[in-house]
Design a protein around this ligand. Structure first.
Ligand SMILES: O=C(O)C(=O)C[C@]1(C(=O)O)C=C[C@@H](O)C=C1
Length: 286
């Protein structure tokens, strides 16, 4: 009997992460997959690291709000996790409340990423309301059910699942707002690119906090004409002013050049982590 795969995601039911997990499970066709909700991204990736899951589906980056810090921090901290695939999902937010009279809304609940993606709409339509961050977009909907002066930002799908009224749709600041998701497994091989890889994601700390240290790393990419599709710094959590760098490299049909660059990086970095090489899946179209 084939073992059912366990795929973790940021729950509860109704989150964008669940939608992404469902799309991946459909694409996998044939392989039976159980979707397992977690209350945090860190908890989901920790469960994967200790083999309670086979895969995790996590958001990595949004076109308006940028990187999802808990995903990047967990990948760095946990080691031995491996990005298998990426795909971009359009994120269209709805405003959900018991009343259409926006002047009566006192509090708006949502995930911080979603609140950030709707800042212009919130300032224009609900300047008087307090914005309250919660663990996920679907999480905020429970407060709407409890009070007529509360609203939430979530997907149309989540509102329908909870049978709550949708007051406005497409309230995100950018019409083509989208979030990139990663399918993550435990480590397989060295993470170097193959002919099917389009991107390689890495993170590193520098040998010394001194002039030109980052330039030496960037020079390696420049010398090999390797384009970066993201560069992000995060506090190392060792000392104020000490940073880690998260970089996504475009493989661009030249896996051998990127592999040789990864090798060269060990000489100019302190700790180098290769999160994996992967391709994009065409799962974003609705
Ligand atoms: O709260 C959710 O619904 C999530 O799936 C999380 C998340 C995120 O962390 O970026 C996913 C997609 C959207 O960008 C908003 C929130």
């Amino acid at each position: 009997m084939t073992q059912r795969q366990r795929l973790g995601y940021l729950g509860p039911v109704g989150t964008y992460s669940e939608e992404a997990a469902q799309r991946y499970a459909q694409w996998q066709q044939g392989e039976p997959i159980d979707l397992v909700p977690f209350s945090t991204i860190a908890g989901c990736l920790e469960a994967l690291a200790i083999a309670q899951l086979d895969l995790a589906l996590v958001p990595s980056e949004n076109s308006v709000e940028g990187s999802v810090n808990s995903t990047l921090d967990s990948l760095w901290r946990l080691d031995k996790l491996h990005i298998q695939y990426a795909f971009d999902l359009p994120i269209l937010h709805a405003f959900v409340a018991q009343t259409p009279r926006l002047e009566e809304i006192r509090t708006v609940y949502s995930h911080p990423q979603a609140l950030g993606q709707c800042q212009r709409w919130l300032q224009h339509m609900l300047p008087h309301a307090q914005q309250c961050p919660v663990a996920s977009t679907a999480d905020g909907l429970q407060y709407v059910a409890q009070s007529a002066t509360v609203g939430a930002i979530a997907s149309v799908r989540a509102a329908q699942l909870h049978q709550l009224p949708i007051v406005a749709t497409n309230i995100q600041d950018l019409a083509d707002n989208c979030t990139r998701f990663w399918v993550v497994s435990r480590q397989q091989g060295n993470g170097w690119p193959t002919t099917s890889s389009t991107h390689t994601s890495i993170a590193f700390s520098l040998k010394a906090n001194q002039p030109g240290a980052l330039l030496k790393v960037l020079q390696l990419f420049s010398d090999r004409q390797i384009n970066l599709s993201r560069i992000e710094s995060r506090p190392s959590k060792r000392a104020l002013g000490d940073y880690l760098f998260f970089v996504d490299l475009e493989v661009n049909g030249q896996p051998a050049i990127v592999a040789e660059c990864l090798e060269a990086l060990t000489a100019v970095t302190d700790v180098l982590k290769i999160f994996g090489s992967y391709q994009f899946l065409p799962l974003g179209a609705s």
